[in-house]
Write a protein that binds this ligand. Structure first.
Ligand code: TGC
Length: 400
């Protein structure tokens, strides 16, 4: 039997090594034991269970794809498989792991000084320290180059940060924030730099965004930066972090994890409705015995197989030759797998009928979460236009 269960129509199982499958099953065991029994309650009460963070550290999924400084150093495919198991539990859980590992830890690992790496990475890998990643602002979402947060360097070398960030995952729990700010006079993307900001620095404040209808078992915040004074060495020093390519190299990692993650939510939705259809009888026959049900199940399974094949292909390229992994390739996976996953979760809810609208069943929770996943780390339109630019050589992001 396939480790991916009944949805595996194309020997997906055969694409993965024993080590990769063992990693996936270990993460699944954690999700089954710790997440599934509690997720409906957390979602209902809109809480992120911070007590599981050290357990995620012990599971080895924090900064999983990074090597050195206490990080597990696993392959991109293993990381992807872990992401899809976590998101089969809930997108909020995978989001925590992405923000911590793909965004905050990657920023320090790739662009940080040796001292910054030593200070933060080992503790972030165990979950002892939590990180967040502040790029998006109230008026700068798809267009981060238009950010208003400013970093001014004083003659003595200190930096002073002023501005605000919005939709920042786990900022209220974070010990450290990677804040991207404009240092240049021109106010365009070229002057953007990243700063490692301990969240107990005076002037840093994170407020939880309430009343969300999506990602309820996760926390997103608005950050206020009011004259946050930092030493000269708080800046991420690498040349690779000067300009927008600094945050974008981190977003590539998070987008990569999403390509896999959303397939977990789709698979879980499919399994929920496959079980339901076998036992729910209407007009004297189990739903599974009706042609219309089987047509829907078949379409869902075919789409999920395609999504895993796409994730697997991109993951193998990333492991074999990371430089061959182009933004257009990542956009292809993020765009299509998110679209496919949300469609499957919605179809699964529909097949559950009225019973599908409560937290007794996962599909509507997944569909609501996927509204966020489809939007963050680049909307459909951002990814369509990234692919469009790759195909035509013409950037079409602005109307002018
Ligand atoms: P553009 O001129 O295209 O690029 C500027 C510089 O960046 C480089 N670059 C990339 N580098 C690596 N990977 C990529 N994917 C890259 N894309 C661009 C590019 O080569 C250039 O480098 P250089 O050396 O020439 O300076 O910049 P643009 O302003 O035209 O960008 C267009 C666009 C729309 C593609 C880009 O702005 C974009 O991707 N927008 C979407 C932003 C997004 O995904 N935001 C989500 C942020 S997530 C967040 O803040 C919260 S984290 C989640 C949580 O906390 O829960």
């Amino acid at each position: 039997a396939s480790f991916l269960g009944p949805v595996d129509l194309t020997d997906l199982d055969g694409l993965f090594s024993d080590r990769e499958k063992t990693t996936a099953m270990r993460v699944r065991g954690f999700v089954d034991e710790v997440i599934r029994p509690n997720i409906a309650d957390w979602y209902d009460r809109a809480v992120f269970p911070a007590e599981i963070i050290p357990e995620l550290g012990r599971l080895g999924v924090l900064g999983m794809h990074l090597e050195g400084h206490g990080c597990p150093g696993r392959s991109a495919v293993e990381y992807g498989l872990a992401a899809q198991e976590l998101e089969a539990g809930d997108s909020g859980l995978r989001t925590f792991v992405s923000v911590q590992g793909s965004l905050a830890m990657t920023a320090i690992h790739r662009h940080g000084s040796e001292a910054q790496k030593r200070e933060w990475l080992p503790r972030m890998a165990t979950g002892e320290a939590v990180g967040c990643f502040g790029l998006t602002e109230p008026t700068a979402g798809s267009d981060p180059a238009s950010m208003r947060t400013r970093a001014r360097q004083e003659p003595g070398g200190d930096w002073v940060l002023t501005g605000s960030k919005r939709w920042i995952g786990l900022a209220n729990l974070a010990d450290v924030a990677i804040i991207w700010a404009q240092t240049g006079e021109h106010g365009d993307g070229r002057g953007i730099r990243g700063f490692v900001v301990p969240t107990d620095t005076p002037g840093f404040r994170a407020e939880v965004i309430d009343q969300k209808l999506s990602m309820r078992a996760s926390v997103q915040c608005e950050i206020q930066l009011d004259q946050v004074r930092l030493p000269a060495e708080a800046v991420l020093p690498a040349d690779s972090a000067i300009g927008l390519k600094g945050p974008f190299t981190c977003l590539n990692e998070a987008r990569y994890g999403i390509i896999w993650g959303v397939m977990g939510a789709a698979r879980d939705s499919f399994e929920a409705v496959l079980d339901y259809a076998a036992t729910r009888t209407q007009f004297g026959t189990p739903l599974a015995g009706y042609q219309l049900t089987q047509a829907k199940l078949a379409d869902m399974a075919v789409a999920i197989n395609r999504g895993y094949l796409l994730a697997h292909q991109i993951g193998r390229v990333k492991d074999r030759e990371p430089r061959a992994l182009t933004p257009a390739m990542i956009s292809t996976g993020k765009l299509d797998n998110c679209r496919v996953a949300i469609g499957i979760a919605r179809d699964a809810r529909e097949m559950l009928g009225g019973n599908g609208i409560t937290l007794d069943h996962s599909p509507l929770r997944h569909a609501n979460n996927l509204e966020s996943v489809r939007t963050y780390e680049g909307t459909d339109e951002v990814h369509q236009l990234t692919i469009g630019r790759h195909l035509t050589g013409l950037g079409a992001f602005t109307a002018g």
